[in-house]
Design a protein around this ligand. Structure first.
Ligand SMILES: Cc1ncc(COP(=O)(O)O)c(C=O)c1O
Ligand SMILES: N[C@@H](CCOP(=O)(O)O)C(=O)O
Length: 465
């Protein structure tokens, strides 16, 4: 399997190279040159497989020219054995034909664990084989950071530097990152917002000279392997409600557009999906782009769903690449203009986008109302991101005969502020997180200045293999 860049200039790479490269050298994102597709019969034959068995079926075509089946199987098995629910991604019925897909049973209680527990293992496997060391730089609005740290902390072959926006992640999220004291784990609290963190990471890929010859790697969803692993749960959810013979719809709380892009790929790979709903918070550029062809940045606002406080969504570029018939030059031009100005898609491209996605923006007040209403109706406690998905799923002209599956992207215990504002009690931390608020923290607050951050990284890389 070859991977090509959305900007058309970087060399095509194989899976192993893409895994370590992160962002393409032309600033683009890697995507598979050709997607594997599965027939309805083949998908139907997977009913009854365990989550790990299903993951192997879906992931192996993407990696099998680089990673042995037996090694891949072992890494996948170990990954999902670490989840604390036997179904790994269980479905809960909220109402008639309305489901939540619980993606928070991994070690850090958010959907990021699905990919990052595997990514850590894949990276380690490849780095050991090559006897290489990687300096990982990641940006987080709260959840990627802890999941990436958890996935990489035991690797002797990586140093990991995670940038989060100062005072803009929840206390639980911050402590999940900063109480990990391993020597190769570094938390930077940046005096800026998530977009600043993400822009710094991308700029560091473009010029890696600050690392004096060491290689930079990515844990964000700019790394193709993240998207690949997230495709699996769309298949598992569909199979659990009678797919592929029964089509389904998904509502996806969206920020960096990685999760919903994985759903779009699942559909292209053969899964019958009738509707994909992009659910945003007040930071609604994706909703405006889809509903009104308005890709204009506005001020990034801190909300009760902080993980979705994102204005520049990395994976939208992967989507645009398809919408523009994989014309790398057109995407290069569009993305360069988007850096400094508002852009609009050509009318026919926008039509295509609207055929593929519905969208809805949900503000903080409605988020809390939804948490309270669903709790009153069903006794089920939503986290604020999932509440946005539920509300959007209900508002988006759905076909009531088609199951609407809302991705429950995080556990409510991570976001007590929103739960309390919905006049409900925050649940207790799970056993493995008991004592979180008393643990020692290690973090460094840095100015929103790339040279300051890069100097910090260069000074703190602790080892080379
Ligand atoms: C809890 C939660 N929900 C939703 C999202 C949005 O997902 P994506 O960035 O893949 O669109 C994130 C962050 O990525 C998140 O942490
Ligand atoms: N919401 C994310 C932001 C980063 O997204 P990613 O999927 O590209 O890693 C977070 O919680 O950090």
């Amino acid at each position: 399997m070859k991977y090509i860049s959305t900007r058309g200039q970087a060399p095509a790479l194989n899976f192993e190279e893409v895994l370590l490269a992160g962002l393409a050298s032309d600033g683009g994102l890697y995507v598979p040159e050709n997607l594997p597709t599965f027939s309805q019969e083949e998908i139907a034959s997977w009913a009854g497989l365990s989550y790990a068995e299903l993951a192997f079926k879906i992931i192996s075509p993407f990696v099998n020219d680089c990673i042995d089946d037996a090694d891949l199987k072992q890494m996948i098995d170990e990954t999902y054995e670490g989840f604390n629910h036997s179904a790994v991604a269980p479905l809960k019925e909220l109402g008639t034909n309305e489901w939540v897909l619980e993606l928070f049973h991994g070690p850090t209680l958010a959907f990021k664990d699905f990919a990052l527990q595997l990514l850590g293992r894949l990276m380690d496997h490849v780095l050991v084989k090559r006897n290489e060391h990687l300096v990982i730089m990641g940006a987080t609005s709260g959840d990627t950071g802890s999941a990436a740290i958890e996935g990489c902390r035991h690797s002797k072959h990586v140093d990991i530097f995670i940038l989060h926006p100062h005072n803009r992640v929840s206390e639980v999220q911050r402590r999940q990152m900063t109480t990990i004291l391993d020597e190769n784990v570094h938390n930077i609290s940046l005096e800026g917002n998530f977009d600043d963190c993400q822009e710094m990471v991308k700029a560091s890929f473009a010029d890696q000279s600050f690392l004096k010859g060491m290689k930079l790697g990515a844990v964000n969803s700019i790394n193709w392997a993240r998207i690949m692993a997230q495709i699996v749960y769309y298949f598992s959810a569909s199979l659990a409600v009678g797919g592929p013979h029964r089509p389904v719809a998904f509502s996806v709380p969206t920020g960096n557009f990685g999760d919903i892009f994985a759903g779009y790929l699942a559909k292209k790979m053969g899964l019958p999906i009738t509707q994909l709903v992009v659910a945003t918070n007040h930071n609604d550029i994706l909703h405006r782009a889809i509903s009104n062809n308005d890709m204009s940045k506005s001020e990034l606002v801190h909300t009760l769903s902080p993980s979705m406080d994102i204005m520049v969504s990395s994976n939208f570029e992967r989507m645009l690449f398809d919408i523009y018939d994989r014309d790398g030059a057109a995407i290069d031009d569009l993305m360069k203009r988007f850096k400094t100005e508002s852009v609009q898609l050509d009318a026919s491209r926008w039509d295509k986008m609207r055929e593929l996605f519905d969208s809805c923006a949900v503000d903080d007040e409605t988020t809390c109302q939804t948490i309270a209403a669903v709790h009153a109706e069903t006794g089920y406690l939503l986290d604020p991101h999932t509440a946005i998905g539920v509300k959007a799923g209900r508002e988006c002209n759905r076909d009531a005969a088609v199951p609407m599956i809302v991705l429950a992207t995080a556990h409510p215990v991570k976001f007590p502020d929103a739960v309390l504002k919905a006049n409900l009690e925050s649940p207790d931390l799970p056993a493995h997180m008991q004592g979180l608020f008393e643990r020692e923290e290690k973090l460094t607050v840095l100015d929103n200045d790339i040279s300051v951050v890069q100097r910090f990284i260069a000074e703190h890389v602790h080892s080379e293999s």
